[in-house]
Design a protein around this ligand. Structure first.
Ligand code: AN7
Length: 401
């Protein structure tokens, strides 16, 4: 049976305690399994479909899960972009191919299942967009109400559309994501809603399966795993999962965990570069990649360990670099992602150029959300369609033929 354990003081709690922080020291919790008791072989896993639930022995859900067939996302070999950077082994795991169009679905299939397992009656989150879309989807599937808090005017159109259409109660606050998270956290503690931000240790359990799948798809451990970082939950989750695989003896090494942030919103990068013991929150984070417009990442404590323990690194990229890479992925690889997702690949390019990444490395970039999430930012970068009269000469003239 698993337990919740504080990552700072080691205090342990029962798996069915509704807790988001250690009650002794206030630090983050994580789920710990008795790995000795886990009786599953790599072979048994490989017989099952590639999905979050392939790995159910390493997940905390013991009821029939709330699932929409999340995970099993493609791992693409980036031949053209890789060639341009001098990398033969550059891959992108396209998490935009999940049911709601982002990696959050891996967390929510587990998180909303846990809400039912723990007999919670309603769920809530704050979000820069994707978490709210995913929560709305899985709450709909589970048949329970969801409340989502968004920073007003700073959430991409597709994500708001999803949260509304799937029936969440959507509240926009006149404040940023960090404030929305504080507010929803207080609401959940005072009114008994189940909080499904990444401070919830169970949600991150679902997200660790990105790493499991990538290892299965590659047939081995990549040298480096590169993720865009906002609240720093995903990079922490992937690290934790791979550490468990190593402890089980399923893999022999860990990838260098590498986090990429936007220049205007990069407290984790700063902490790594300046070797700080903890992040200094940014009060006014700003970037075109609104998904990662987060100044006070709640999982920073876990992420700094992940990066440091694996010899990884962190880098920031400008909005221009993010958008250029978004276009490159779309036009040279056929992979449509939202701006935050392009940050991982933009970061690789920067780290190759600076010499921090060796060109012989096998690298997996997680591209976290689909292009259609943020149509406004796409349209702004492109020439509008040419409108013509409905006759052939006009068509030929428009095509200059
Ligand atoms: C596309 O939806 O925080 O570092 O509230 O949507 O685990 O936070 C989204 C984050 C990367 C960063 N890429 O992941 C939210 C939210 C995309 C994202 C991240 C997010 P974390």
């Amino acid at each position: 049976m698993e337990r919740l354990v504080c990552v700072n003081c080691g205090a342990a709690y029962k798996a069915d305690d509704i807790l988001y922080n250690c009650t002794k020291c206030g630090h983050l919790l994580e789920v710990r399994y008795n790995l000795d008791e886990i009786t599953v072989s790599k072979k048994a896993w490989q017989k099952r479909p590639l999905s979050v639930w392939r790995y159910r022995e390493l997940l905390p859900v013991h009821i029939e899960p709330v699932t929409l067939q999340e995970g099993g996302t493609p791992l693409y070999h980036l031949r053209r972009l890789g060639d341009e950077m001098g990398l033969k082994n550059l891959y992108a795991k396209h998490e935009g191919m999940n049911p709601s169009g982002s990696f959050k679905d891996r967390g929510m299939t587990v998180g909303v299942s846990m809400a039912l397992q723990l007999k919670m009656k309603s769920v809530a989150c704050a979000s820069t967009g994707n978490t709210s879309a995913s929560l709305a989807v899985y709450a709909a599937k589970a048949g329970i109400p969801a409340v989502v808090l968004l920073p007003a005017g700073k959430v991409a159109l597709g994500k708001v559309a999803q949260a509304l259409m799937h029936g969440a109660r959507v509240i926009s606050i006149r404040g940023n994501f960090d404030r929305a998270l504080e507010m929803v956290h207080e609401l959940c503690l005072s009114h008994g809603l189940y909080l499904l931000n990444s401070i919830n240790p169970y949600r991150l359990e679902g997200q660790k399966t990105i790493g499991f799948e990538a290892v299965d798809q590659l047939g081995g451990v990549p040298d480096r795993f590169v993720l865009p970082v906002g609240n720093a939950g995903n990079i922490s989750a992937v690290y934790k999962g791979l550490l468990e695989l190593k402890e089980l003896g399923f893999i022999g090494s860990l990838p260098m965990m590498t986090g990429i942030q936007a220049v205007g919103s990069s407290p984790v990068v700063r902490a790594i570069h300046e070797n700080l013991p903890e992040v200094i929150p940014e009060l006014h984070p700003e970037t075109v990649a609104t998904a990662i417009r987060i100044g006070a990442p709640v999982n920073a404590e876990k992420a700094l360990v992940a990066i440091r323990k694996t010899g990884g690194c962190a880098e920031s990229v400008t909005d221009e670099e993010i958008l250029r890479t978004q276009r490159d992925l779309a036009r040279k690889e056929g992979i449509g992602v939202e701006p935050a997702s392009a940050a991982s690949v933009a970061g690789v390019q920067k780290l190759v150029e600076s010499g921090a990444i060796d060109r012989s490395e096998r690298i997996v970039c997680v591209v976290t959300g689909h292009l259609l999430k943020d149509p406004d930012t796409v349209i702004r970068q492109c020439e509008p369609p040419t409108e013509i009269d409905a006759d052939l000469p006009s068509l030929l003239s428009a095509l200059r033929l």
